[in-house]
Design a protein around this ligand. Structure first.
Ligand code: SAM
Length: 334
């Protein structure tokens, strides 16, 4: 029998985000905590093994109504032997038909696109924060802009439709580039998603660096005509760009809660389940302990279903997030 994961506010959760590693080959300034050292990274024994991941995804997709699983990180493709895992996931994906998605920085994917397709990968979101090599380097600490652009083209050639590109907008770093993005991708079947910069542990967030989606939209509208697309299933406010193929979306977790439509659960690389991106670590649910102490599937299902009752209606306002947030995006995976 399949249950549904409904919380106290009637929200059904059918989307699971799974972080495969807390390690990343890029060091994006808005994501990587600024004062982190190697000891803060998880040891191999602390992260879920491929067998544990497979078991938990099987329980969620066959018993708990999860319809979409997105892999993230750190950088998912930076996990050692990750393709072995995706090959073992493939039969489960084929059997249950969940949507298999990945969010990646696009620097380590290119050689594996065909294999990933064979494993059943449906959707790819890529991070791209600047088209200018110097700014890209400043944000990510790397020279891999051309690799990312090459990866996007290869994904298009391999038949991946409606790729989504995520851009975190930061004032005086890339905020004036947003219309250039639209121009660069105007003839392509791509959705550009401009994300409001969120405060996390030591990630340099300040009120001054924050740019609202409203401001970004007005900036783009100086050069392009945006036409709203009604789609209540999307967390992004979506727009067509008149006369062009590219679409534009705005993700505004700060200026406007989209908690009312939240359908997401997250599992960190260490096996902790998060009910909300902004929940403190203390309220995470330790699925790894349950997996390792011999719990059977019924016990796992009970643990997860009980946890759903604790999900809050909405996350705190940005003022308190900016002060007390000890979460790091690199650990959670977005
Ligand atoms: N390495 C992958 C990547 O680069 O997309 C996946 C991990 S990354 C943590 C997942 C998403 O989180 C990315 O789309 C990134 O833009 C977003 N993100 C990270 N830190 C953020 C922040 N402070 N504010 C808003 N979005 C953020």
């Amino acid at each position: 029998m399949t249950l549904v994961l409904k919380d106290r506010f009637g929200r059904i959760h059918d989307y699971l985000r799974v972080s495969l590693t807390d390690k990343c080959n890029l060091k994006c300034i808005y994501c990587t905590p600024h004062q982190i050292n190697a000891r803060d990274k998880l040891d191999k024994s602390e992260i879920l093994s491929f067998d544990e991941l497979l078991r938990i995804i099987r329980v969620f997709t066959t018993r708990l109504g999860i319809k979409k699983v997105r892999f993230t990180g750190g950088e998912a493709m930076a996990r050692k032997d990750i393709m072995k895992f995706f090959w073992t996931l493939a039969p489960l994906k084929e059997k249950t038909g969940f949507e298999f998605a990945i969010t990646t920085n696009g620097t380590l994917l290119k050689e594996n696109i065909e294999a990933l397709k064979k494993c059943g990968l449906d959707r790819v979101n890529l991070s791209l924060d600047s088209l200018c090599p110097g700014v890209f380097k400043y944000i990510t600490g790397s020279d891999k802009l051309q690799d990312v652009l090459g990866c996007i083209s290869s994904l298009e050639e391999a038949g991946f439709e409606n790729l989504k590109l995520n851009t975190v907008v930061i004032r005086d770093i890339n905020h004036l580039e947003t219309a250039d993005f639209v121009d660069f991708f105007r003839y392509r079947d791509i959705t550009l998603r401009f994300i409001e910069f969120m405060p996390f542990q030591n990630n340099g967030w300040t009120k001054e660096a924050f740019v609202s989606s409203e401001e970004v939209r007005r900036h783009i509208e100086k050069r392009f005509i945006l036409e709203k697309i009604e789609d209540r299933h999307q967390i992004a406010d979506l727009y067509r760009v008149k006369g062009y193929k590219v679409k534009v979306g705005f993700i505004r977790p700060i200026s406007e809660h989209f908690c009312a439509n939240c359908n997401r659960l997250r599992i960190k690389a260490n096996g902790s389940m998060k009910l909300c991106l902004f929940d403190p670590e203390e309220s995470e649910i330790d699925l790894k302990a349950a997996l390792r102490n011999g719990s059977d599937d019924i016990e796992l299902i009970r643990l997860i279903s009980e946890a759903m009752k604790l999900k809050e209606k909405e996350h705190p306002d940005v003022g308190s997030l900016a002060q007390g947030n000890r979460n790091s995006m690199q650990n959670i995976g977005g």
